[in-house]
Write a protein that binds this ligand. Structure first.
Ligand code: C2O
Length: 478
């Protein structure tokens, strides 16, 4: 069999057959790569620094990661692809399988699969290369699982378009490390996983250290798999804009040689890059509104063009406990948008966006927040699930204080399309035309045995953390 022409299969780390060597071979390769000189591009430290590092002076191709941008998905696909080739070469040198491929961690499948794969936990001898102490201790021990509301790709997979801030892949930006236009997949599950695994101050919580954790790569294989799955579902399509398809990014291959790829060269993973995935993402049960209304307009309006109808007056501080904010809505603006008609009519034809901006903090606390709209007082966890519109997480918050994109940034920004929920509430007569009520509930690792509905409950033990501020919450009609 010729290795050059075979398509390698990336498999689920939790369901590898007994006696499978994939993870042991990865561990041996990680150990070997850690022993290489730091200025060798195929060393563990160099590969991680290509994502991000605070080390000075930077070596060639360091600090290359693309975040908050439509380049997030292609850059990380290329990065993981070349990393996998480097690992495979190290696996072969250490006597492992010639067809080694990177496994993925399908935390969105829920249950035991939402806990850290066993091979990454502490081992009795204490010398497991896949274990790092700098993770949330609950996740690291397997006591805490990623809740489905954070790990499920369901909301991302429902987005009809690639390009856009409330769409699958993020909005148009130039090349640069940290922008403020992530797509839905980048937010959930990507960003939120980083914080939940890294916890307060762990490696995964900060882009400048994340790729030093061996689980980083299995997380990104999973994100790449979700993209592969979404793109294979007509009429979904990757961007055809030449600013995306012709954009070149540079990496190192297993020989330590600089190599380049463009967006046009990576869309067909088996044909162009020689790998595929053994199974499509399991999205668990849909986490938001079980009877989810299908997208009403195939080409939703650009949130940038939408009109603001209300904004919060005070910043909201998040420090580990639930928090609420009321956004007064200006009736006159809503009515003028409806061309003099009444507000419910305005709603049925329009897209409603919730915009969170000027999100600032010293560092990523790890804890993320579920965002709920018009959540009734004393709602059960199951009711809460139907008011859940997205998650707020803080991966990259340190970098946005001194961004490496060339945008003058003021913290993170996050926009959610809440049109479907707004229409449902209006149909039930429970849409308040004068105000929108937004609730933030902390998301922490959960008991892996907890029933799914309970995953929307307020966590029992709240852990206080260094505060994060949401400067303004506003509502836009598009
Ligand atoms: Cu560039 Cu998961 O990060």
């Amino acid at each position: 069999m010729s290795i050059e022409t075979a398509v390698l299969v990336r498999r689920n780390a939790w369901t590898l057959p007994n006696g499978d060597e994939t993870l042991a071979a990865y561990a041996a390769a990680v150990r070997a790569m850690r022993e290489r000189d730091a200025d060798n591009p195929t060393s563990w430290a160099y590969q991680a620094a290509m994502h991000g590092t605070s080390a000075e002076p930077p070596e060639p191709l360091w600090n290359g990661c693309q975040h908050g941008s439509w380049f997030f998905l292609p850059w990380h696909r290329m990065y993981v692809y070349f990393f996998e080739r480097i690992v495979r070469a190290a696996v072969q040198e250490t006597g492992g399988p010639a067809d080694w491929a990177l496994p993925f961690w399908d935390y969105g499948a829920g249950g035991v699969q939402a806990t850290l794969p066993l091979a990454f936990r502490d081992s009795p001898g204490g010398d497991n290369p896949l274990f790092v102490a700098e993770r949330d201790p609950r996740v690291n021990s397997g006591r805490g699982a990623i809740p489905l509301s954070a790990g499920s790709p369901a909301a991302a997979l429902e987005r009809p378009l690639f390009i856009g801030r409330t769409q699958f892949g993020g909005d148009v930006t130039r090349v640069g490390q940290f922008w403020r236009s992530p797509g839905v997949l980048e937010q959930t599950p990507h960003n939120i996983l980083h914080g939940l695994v890294g916890g307060d101050d762990g490696l995964m919580s900060n882009p400048l250290t994340a790729a030093l954790d061996p689980i980083f790569w299995l997380h990104h294989a999973n994100i790449d798999r979700i993209w592969f799955d979404w793109a294979g579902e007509p009429p979904h399509a990757d961007p055809s804009d030449s600013r995306w398809t012709d954009q070149t990014f540079s990496f190192f291959d297993e020989a330590g040689q600089q190599v380049q790829l463009t967006g046009a060269e990576i869309g067909d993973i088996s044909g162009q890059l020689g790998y595929t995935y053994e199974s499509a993402p399991t999205s668990g049960a849909p986490t938001s509104r079980p009877e989810a209304v299908t997208m009403s307009t195939p080409n939703p309006p650009d949130p940038e063009q939408a009109e603001m109808v209300g904004a919060s007056e005070q910043p909201t501080e998040l420090a580990g406990a639930p928090a609420d904010v009321t956004v007064p809505i200006d009736r006159a603006t809503v009515e003028s948008l409806a061309g003099g008609g009444n507000a419910p009519e305005a709603l049925s034809e329009r897209h409603v966006y919730l915009n969170l901006e000027d999100i600032e903090g010293e560092r990523n606390p790890g804890t993320a927040y579920g965002i709920y709209v018009n959540l009734p007082e004393g709602a059960s966890a199951a009711q809460a699930a139907s008011h859940h519109v997205g998650n707020l997480s803080f991966f990259g918050i340190e970098q946005l204080r001194e961004p490496r994109g060339d945008e003058q940034a003021h913290g993170l920004r996050y926009t959610v399309d809440i049109s479907d929920l707004a229409r449902e509430l209006a149909a039930q007569g429970s849409w308040n035309e004068d105000a929108l009520h937004v609730t933030f509930r902390p998301i922490e690792p959960v008991d892996p045995e907890a029933p799914e509905e309970e995953q929307h409950a307020v966590p029992e033990s709240l852990s206080e953390h260094s505060p994060v501020q949401v400067g303004r919450v506003s509502v836009f009609y598009g």
